[in-house]
Design a protein around this ligand. Structure first.
Ligand code: SAH
Length: 402
């Protein structure tokens, strides 16, 4: 039988040409390219898989394209990719396998951390028997990709529920149609998790963010090793640090534990958590800046203080102001520390680098006339992997000083 010689299969993916600066960024190992570094992107549909080349047409890899984000290109592979749903399923399985070696002593952890697991725009958290999913890019929002995500997670975990947490601001920025947060599989959206021997309520449809307290999991255990005497957890949210200090093996070392937050709903969950663990913690609803000011004027003293404020620097432009805010808190806390006291100080703004943060703590110590030693210089838990060539994937700083 004669067969017609077929032409080579045309490339199914649209292609994008990068400027020399964009190509250099990828050659440096980064995975993002900004819109301003794209030389040619003709008629590329939102959220499509794109073939990325330099201006001369040299192939650089395959990326997910966003038609609206400043980050127009997120690399997904240095090779040719044709079937995105299949690749997403494979990468989710790899992320699950990776956690087997690095996560222990908890049934609550991040299963997929976006770029850190080579799945840009996808976050998955496990809370005991249910999962929480966040979809942050046009490509991950496409129906076949969503189906691959849900099917793979269902096969791997057999969860009692999968909740989708929607950040409406991000959907707007990505020009995606609005969607409600809610269950996308099964029925369960709240549970009790256990980490480091501490039990915590978690409601997947309430609360300020998905993954709250997961990134600090290893820092809770580290901080609890040094906690002693009177302990104050400032910006305590649902009580992560405070409950670890009050927990069984630390109860003997900590004579009192107090948690402070401005959110009443967060403190209500914190109290439920204390009851669940049979521990006593004093919760104070207050503005942390005012409370620290009042307490330092009143010369209150503590042996252990945690500072874990929300991200003060939302953009690079806020950096100086943010560092000023962090410094004020740290300076006051240092003045309130008894001799031999321990300060656990954190920042989750990625615009504040580890170097900036350490510098700010050093300035505060100098102004407080304290010679502090670094006990530990920590970051986010290992289930939030940071890519060495993508500094933006590392955001949490946690310094323990005495
Ligand atoms: N340490 C917590 C996470 C803290 S998140 C944990 O381990 O889970 C930041 C917290 O700061 C939130 O709970 C928020 O309600 C609180 N917050 C924000 N601004 C505040 C302010 N000015 N005073 C007190 N709390 C504040």
């Amino acid at each position: 039988m004669s067969q017609k010689k077929s032409a080579p299969t045309p490339d199914a993916s649209p292609s994008v040409k990068l400027s020399p600066r964009g190509a250099a960024r990828l050659n440096d190992g980064h995975v993002w390219v900004y819109r301003s570094d794209i030389a040619v992107a003709k008629e590329v549909p939102p959220g499509s898989l794109v073939h990325v080349t330099d201006v001369r047409g040299k192939f650089l890899g395959t990326a997910l394209y966003s038609s609206s984000s400043q980050i127009a290109i997120r690399m997904i592979s240095r090779e040719e990719v044709r079937d995105l749903p299949a690749l997403v399923a494979e990468r989710i399985r790899a992320a699950i396998a990776y956690r087997k070696g690095i996560v222990s002593g908890t049934d609550a952890y991040r299963v997929v951390f976006s770029e850190g697991d080579f799945l840009p725009g996808l976050i998955v958290d496990r809370y005991h028997d249910f999962l929480s999913v966040q979809i942050l890019t046009q490509a991950m929002d496409a129906e076949p990709v969503r189906a691959a995500i849900v099917n793979t997670l269902t096969e791997e975990f057999k969860p009692a529920g999968i909740v989708e947490r929607v950040d409406s601001r991000i959907r707007e920025l990505e020009q995606l149609p609005p969607r409600p947060s809610g269950l996308i599989h099964g029925e369960k959206s709240s549970t009790v998790v256990e980490m480091n021997g501490v039990r915590l309520h978690f409601d997947g449809l309430e609360g300020q963010k998905t993954g709250a307290f997961l990134d600090q999991r290893e820092n809770y255990a580290a901080a609890a090793r040094y906690a002693h005497g009177d302990a104050l957890d400032v910006f305590c949210y649902q009580g992560g640090f405070a409950l670890h200090f009050a927990a069984m093996e630390n109860a003997a070392k900590c004579s009192s534990v107090t948690g402070v937050d401005s959110s009443r709903p967060a403190l209500e969950v914190a109290e439920k958590n204390a009851v669940l663990n049979g521990r006593e913690v004093e919760w104070i609803e207050a503005n942390a800046f005012d409370l620290l000011k009042d307490y330092s004027v009143a010369k209150r003293q503590y042996d252990t203080i945690v500072l874990d404020p929300p991200a003060f620097a939302k953009t690079k432009r806020d950096l100086d102001k943010a560092l000023g805010g962090y410094k004020e808190l740290n300076l006051r806390a240092m003045k309130m520390l008894r001799p031999g006291g321990v300060l656990i100080t954190c920042s989750c703004s990625y615009h504040v680098s580890a170097v900036d943060f350490m510098g700010m703590v050093a300035d505060a110590a100098r102004d407080a006339h304290k010679s502090l030693r670094v006990l530990e210089n920590r970051s986010q838990a290992k289930d939030h992997p940071m890519l060495i060539n993508v500094p933006e994937s590392g955001y949490l700083k946690c310094l323990i000083v005495t």
